[in-house]
Design a protein around this ligand. Structure first.
Ligand code: MCN
Length: 794
């Protein structure tokens, strides 16, 4: 027994520094690439340099290269390697192409794995790739999303007879009925460019076989899900496979995968009975880690002339790339219920076409479907405001759900539990100096200043906290949405939190310690968190969809309740009172009315471990577990305002002020929340102004390195002013809403709205993302040529 004093400090809600950072920032880390094993061999993949071709592969010549142990193509594995998994049947008529981890007779995107070399060193493995002989018999590359759906188009998968994966239309004619009452109908086409996730640590896998089982170390977001998928695909029993996600250098959705390289690494370790390692280069990662976004959105809104929104119609075409990964087909549907955003309306229609092309598959990337939807909603609201001559904030206020109307069932069927858009917007307006900036904008227009000021608004919400299992079932997603946690209480009163969520940058060690510390009254530093290892945490559904706090954290809180209930029995037994006569506060059980008669929870732990004198029939352990299945998604919201200076002579845009007021309900650690918002805003600005994955018409990725794929650096980004309002959720025991994707979802439309606002008086109503200086300059230049006498600054 070491602790004899009750805990006095409160840590929940405090901006504590992250426990995990000491080892991360001093390099005492365990990245997969740092793992060395005796006798370990190295893998390198030969990848298709052609977007679409029939292939025949001869691995023979590479086998005699120095250090080479084996060379394999699909033929060497056959049925053993199975097929890549997809987890969502989005439509009864959905087409699902088979996707073997190594290409068998046809390649369908540049970067697709064709063969693998096993060698003593990474360099020998890479050198031998050149000796593998592949005949590529080129086929037409399908790269244009709209042309791919035209009659007579060449096909990505001949056997499917179409390039369309599925076409989904919401039933009913509520939109047409709403439109019939409208004074105004406007329509815009927005393009969600392709993004390439760029986590700091590219993917890496090590597999260590022992006599009849395997340990896989992978830079993954989903060790638990990965273990199940590998078992299903390869037939290796789950109980023979331990998956460990050690320190993981970010994922942003791109490591929610069961990759070809993970499957093949396991099979090679099994076949050779040797430890194997694969780690990808940055350019390999850019070609083959799943990409994000890539949609064309045609959005129409119908409204009254006073700004009352009547309805919205969304027609999407989504580029799936060549194959289905886990959630490829479903990503557009994650946005289906979010285009209506925070707005009330009578009619809504959502149509979605999903199309195969000869490009790297797309899948979840920070926000997955919701950034796309929020962009569409917030851009079209600005367009409607401009059309009606209304202030964009006033238009939003006229149409948003009022705080007293919660819980609110939206037109697309979501139930938003709580929210207060008025409060978040009022705070953002105050911090931003909205009226002053509008006055400056007017002055710059009137003086024909070459540097114009634009103001962009985004009053976003999003749906995160994946997810009620039943809802996933209704949507035909082959996964549950619960999360599991276990609280282990040691004999000395220390705590191990066994977490099913798997952090890869989100600070869970700190947040979970804060949750447990106040709940159990045990000092913050006495709490350890075990996560990301299927041996220590055998059950879990991992981290994505900003679910870890609202689902995993709720499981932790519920497990703590069980610990307290058990400890209460021990305390009551020892203090010789009824359990109901005990109060529990800051880790101390005390008899109501006799405060001197008390017992610390650590003393209960010690007594329980000894089990000399605990209640009859009680199991001698305070350890408790809980599996929490949420009853609803989580709906954080906020108001982001961006002021941007656009040099109309050069097209260069500079963010002058960025204010973000987020409402993520009750907050466990405000510093972590702020960090998440900062990182998210940076990623959203990157989409608005910098990043674009481009393929040429032959299907070559022309932005395959950081030289031409522009990930912004700190020097490219402004300082942000952040603040919060707090409207607790009523759907989980913490009152929290997710934050991991919010900044990324909110910021892109705020920035693009600001850029368009700066140049709207030239007659410009859209600039395609990323709004690079060249694109902005061209838009202004073309508008000036079209209207040589118009525009205040022309
Ligand atoms: N938090 C809090 N109070 C709240 C909400 C959250 O204190 N009301 C804290 C949580 O306790 C947790 C962190 O904020 O420490 C994030 O919590 P949550 O919103 O539950 O998100 P997840 O932990 O589930 O993280 C997933 C989310 C996603 S989906 C992407 S993508 C993303 C993101 O997190 N990828 C990231 N943030 C990332 N941050 C880093 N560094 N790296 C990534 O790859």
């Amino acid at each position: 027994m070491t602790t004899t004093e009750a805990k006095t400090d409160t840590v929940f809600g405090q901006p504590l520094r992250r426990k995990e950072d000491a080892h991360l920032i001093t390099g005492r880390t365990k990245w997969v690439d740092n793992i060395q094993m005796p006798g370990m061999v190295h893998l390198a993949y030969l990848r298709s340099p052609i977007a679409h071709a029939k292939i025949s592969v001869d691995t023979g010549p590479a086998k005699s290269y120095p250090g080479v142990i084996a060379v394999y193509s699909a033929a060497d594995f056959g049925a053993e390697m199975g097929f890549m998994a997809d987890a969502w049947t989005c439509h009864p008529d959905m087409k699902k192409p088979l996707n073997p981890p190594l290409a068998t007779d046809e390649v369908r995107y540049v970067g697709e794995p064709v063969a693998v070399v096993v060698a003593e060193t990474r360099y020998q493995a890479n050198d031998a790739l050149e000796a593998i002989s592949v005949d590529y018999d080129a086929l037409p590359a399908i790269t244009d999303l709209e042309a791919a759906t035209a009659d007579g188009s060449a096909l990505v998968h001949e056997a499917l007879g179409t390039n369309q994966c599925y076409h989904l239309q919401t039933p009913g004619d509520s939109y047409e009925a709403a439109k019939a009452k409208a004074d105004v109908v406007i329509k815009r086409r927005f393009r969600q460019q392709r993004l390439i996730p760029s986590a700091m640590e590219p993917r890496a896998v090590v597999v260590v076989p022992t006599v009849d089982d395997f340990t896989m170390y992978s830079s993954t977001q989903i060790p638990h899900v990965l273990r199940v998928l590998l078992a299903l695909i390869t037939g290796v029993s789950e109980s023979k496979l331990r998956v460990i996600a050690p320190d993981v250098g970010g994922g942003f959705g791109s490591k929610v995968a069961c990759s070809a390289e993970e499957i093949i690494s396991l099979l090679i370790a099994k076949r050779l009975q040797l430890p194997v390692k694969w780690n990808e280069s940055r350019s390999e990662s850019m070609q083959t880690v799943h990409h994000g976004r890539d949609q064309i959105q045609d959005i129409e809104v119908a409204a009254k002339s006073d700004g009352t929104l009547l309805g919205m119609k969304v027609d999407l075409i989504a580029d799936l790339g060549a194959y289905l990964r886990l959630f490829t087909a479903g990503v557009p549907l994650f946005g289906a219920a979010m285009f209506n955003a925070i707005y009330k309306m009578e009619g809504y229609q959502f149509n979605c076409q999903t199309v195969f092309t000869n490009k790297c598959p797309t899948d979840a990337y920070r926000g997955a479907g919701r950034p796309e939807a929020t962009f569409g909603a917030e851009r079209i609201m600005d367009e409607l405001a401009a059309h009606l001559g209304m202030d964009p904030l006033k238009l939003r206020e006229k149409n948003w759900i009022k705080h007293e109307e919660f819980p609110y069932t939206t037109i697309s069927g979501s139930v938003y539990d709580t929210g207060n858009y008025e409060a978040a917007t009022a705070r953002a307006v105050e911090l931003f100096g909205y009226d002053e900036l509008r006055a400056e904008q007017k002055q710059r227009r009137e003086s024909k200043d070459p540097v114009q000021l634009g103001i962009g608004v985004s009053t976003f919400t999003e749906a995160c906290g994946l997810a009620p299992s039943r809802a996933l079932g209704q949507l035909n997603v082959s996964a549950g949405g619960w999360e599991r946690a276990e609280i282990r209480v040691t004999i000395t009163g220390k705590i191990q939190v066994i977490s099913g969520s798997t952090p890869h940058g989100q600070g869970h060690l700190t947040s979970w310690s804060q949750l447990v510390s106040d709940k159990l009254g045990i000092p913050f530093e006495d709490i350890d968190v075990l996560a990301g290892d299927t041996a220590s945490s055998p059950q879990g559904l991992d981290t994505y969809g900003s679910r870890s706090l609202v689902v995993g954290g709720s499981a932790i809180v519920k497990a703590c309740d069980k610990v307290i209930a058990k400890a209460r029995r021990v305390a009551a037994h020892t203090l010789e009172c009824d359990p109901d006569d005990l109060e529990f506060n800051a880790g101390v059980f005390s008899v109501k009315g006799s405060p001197g008669s008390k017992m610390l929870i650590q003393e209960c732990a010690f007594a329980t471990h000894l089990a000399h004198n605990i209640p009859d029939g009680m199991e001698p352990s305070l350890n408790s577990a809980y599996t929490f299945d949420p009853i609803n998604l989580s709906y954080p919201h906020g108001t982001h305002l961006c002021a941007i200076e656009v040099d109309t002579e050069t097209g260069f845009s500079k963010i002058r002020k960025y204010v973000a007021v987020d409402d993520v309900g009750t907050v466990v650690n405000p510093m972590i929340v702020e960090g998440q918002v900062h990182g998210g805003i940076a990623q959203g600005i990157a989409q608005a102004m910098f990043e674009e994955g481009i393929y040429d018409s032959d299907g070559n990725l022309t932005t395959g390195s950081f030289v031409d794929y522009l990930v912004p650096s700190a020097a490219d980004l402004p300082s942000y002013t952040t603040d919060r309002t707090e409207t607790p959720s009523t759907d989980n025991p913490i009152g929290a809403k997710g934050v991991g994707e919010a900044g990324c979802i909110a910021s892109t439309p705020a920035v693009v709205n600001a850029i368009v606002d700066a140049v709207r008086h030239f007659g410009i109503n859209d600039i395609a993302m990323p709004c690079s200086p060249e694109r902005v300059w061209r838009a202004v230049h073309e508008a000036k040529q079209a209207h040589p006498h118009g525009g205040a600054a022309s």
